[in-house]
Design a protein around this ligand. Structure first.
Ligand code: AOF
Ligand code: ZN
Length: 349
C-alpha cells in the first residue's frame, strides 16, 4: 500500500463515522496532508449539513493554516460542484488555493458527475482520480446502485432449515433462527431504507418489520396487498413507521399509511423498485416470502442474498427455499446453531 492509498483508507475510515446519519447522502471522508503530516480531517456527519471537505478544512489548527496552500486534499468522493443544501465544495477548495486533490471515486449524482473534477482542473489544481476506487464505491454501494441503475440496492434475506425449507406445508410459522441471528437481522433492518414482504408472509407471520434489537433507525415498511385484503390489525399497519401498501386500486396517503397502485398484469418487481426510486429509498431488504424472493431472483434484480440456515433443524416436507441461480457465494458465518451464507449475483462477475 502506498502513501496515497493510506490517506484514502483514512478518508474511508472517517466516512464510516457518518453511517446511519447521512443517508440518502453518501458517506464521505477527507484529510489534508502537508509534508506527509495530516493537518486536517473531516467527514460528512449529518444529512443536510456540511460536507466532508468543509469539516476537514475547518479542522485545521491556526498554526497550520498557512500550509493549506501547499497541502494535498484527499477525499473519498469527488467534491461536489452544485448548490444543494450546502455550497459547492469545489469552490471552497479553489478559494483556499489547495494545489493538489486526490479523489477516491467520481460522484454518480447527476448534479455532480464529473463537474467537480472539471472545475478543479479548470482552476489549475492537479487532480488524481481513482485511488482505492472500488473500495470507495463499495463503501457507498447503496448510493452508487441507486444513482447508476435508477433502482434501490436490493438485499434478499431468508431463513431455512438444514433441508432447505422455509416453512412447513401447513403454512404455520417455523422458528428457524436463533437469538444471535435474530439480532443480526435487526441490524440489517437498521441499515436499509425500506423492508418488503409479500401478502402471505404478512398474514401468516404478522411481522412488525421494525428494528427493536439493534441501535439506530427502523426502515420504511412495504407490503404487497393486491386486493387490500389484509386485516388492519396486523402489526405492520400499526406503530410509528411509515408503511407503503402496494395494491391494484388505491393511491392515497393517510398519515403513516401510504397506498401505492401497481399494475398486477405486468411484472411487479420493476414497478415496485421504480416507486422506491421515486421516493428516494436507496435500499430495500426483502424478507419474504418465497414467491416474492424468487421474483427478484428471476428478474435478476438483486445485489445480495443473505441466507440463514439452521443446521440442526430438518422438517422433511415443507415449502422449499428460493432457487438462487447464477449466485456467487461470498462468505460464511456461524452464529451458534445458525449458519449464514452471503451471496452476490454471479452474472456480474
Ligand atoms: C461532497 N462531499 O461530503 C458529500 C457529497 O444536498 P447536499 O448539498 O448535501 O448535496 C448532496 C449531494 O452531494 C449528494 O447527493 C452527493 O452527490 C454529494 N455528497 N459531496 O463533495 C460530501 N456528502
Ligand atoms: Zn460537497
Amino acid at each position: 500500500m502506498n502513501q496515497d492509498e493510506r490517506y484514502m483508507l483514512r478518508c474511508m475510515e472517517l466516512a464510516r463515522l457518518g453511517a446511519g446519519s447521512v443517508a440518502p447522502n453518501p458517506m464521505v471522508g477527507a484529510v489534508l496532508v502537508y509534508q506527509d503530516r495530516i493537518i486536517g480531517e473531516g467527514w460528512h456527519r449529518q444529512y443536510g449539513q456540511a460536507h466532508a471537505e468543509v469539516n476537514c478544512i475547518n479542522s485545521v489548527a491556526a498554526i497550520d493554516q498557512p500550509h493549506i496552500r501547499q497541502a494535498s486534499l484527499y477525499v473519498s468522493l469527488e467534491p461536489c460542484a452544485h448548490y444543494g443544501k450546502t455550497p459547492p465544495c469545489s469552490d471552497l477548495i479553489i478559494e483556499k488555493q489547495i494545489p493538489h486533490v486526490v479523489i477516491g471515486c467520481r460522484d454518480p449524482f447527476k448534479e455532480v458527475d464529473g463537474r467537480g473534477i472539471e472545475k478543479l482542473k479548470q482552476a489549475g489544481i492537479t487532480v488524481e482520480v481513482g485511488v482505492l476506487e472500488d473500495a470507495c464505491k463499495t463503501l457507498n454501494k447503496r448510493f452508487f446502485t441507486f444513482h447508476t441503475t435508477g433502482r434501490p440496492y436490493v438485499v434478499l434475506k431468508w431463513a431455512q432449515t438444514a433441508d432447505h425449507k422455509m416453512a412447513a406445508n401447513t403454512g404455520e410459522r417455523l422458528l428457524i433462527s436463533n437469538a444471535y441471528s435474530n439480532r443480526l437481522v435487526h441490524r440489517w433492518r437498521s441499515e436499509e431504507a425500506a423492508i418488503l414482504v409479500g401478502t402471505r408472509t404478512a398474514m401468516l407471520d404478522n411481522p412488525s418489520l421494525d428494528n427493536r434489537l439493534w441501535s439506530g433507525k427502523s426502515p420504511v415498511r412495504m407490503v404487497i396487498d393486491r386486493n387490500l385484503s389484509l386485516p388492519s390489525s396486523l402489526k405492520l399497519f400499526n406503530g410509528e413507521q411509515t408503511t407503503i401498501v402496494f395494491n391494484n386500486s388505491k393511491e392515497e396517503r393517510h398519515n403513516q399509511l401510504w397506498y401505492h397502485r401497481l399494475d398486477f398484469e405486468a411484472p411487479v418487481v420493476p414497478q415496485l423498485l421504480k416507486a422506491c426510486h421515486h421516493l428516494q429509498l436507496q435500499s430495500i431488504l426483502v424478507e419474504g416470502g418465497k414467491h416474492l424472493l424468487q421474483q427478484f431472483i428471476d428478474e435478476a434484480l438483486w445485489d445480495e442474498a443473505r441466507v440463514i440456515t439452521n443446521r440442526q433443524l430438518n422438517i422433511g416436507n415443507g415449502l422449499p427455499s428460493p432457487l438462487l441461480t447464477n449466485a456467487d457465494m461470498q462468505l460464511e458465518e456461524q452464529w451458534e446453531t445458525d449458519h449464514i451464507t452471503y451471496y452476490t449475483p454471479g452474472l456480474l462477475h
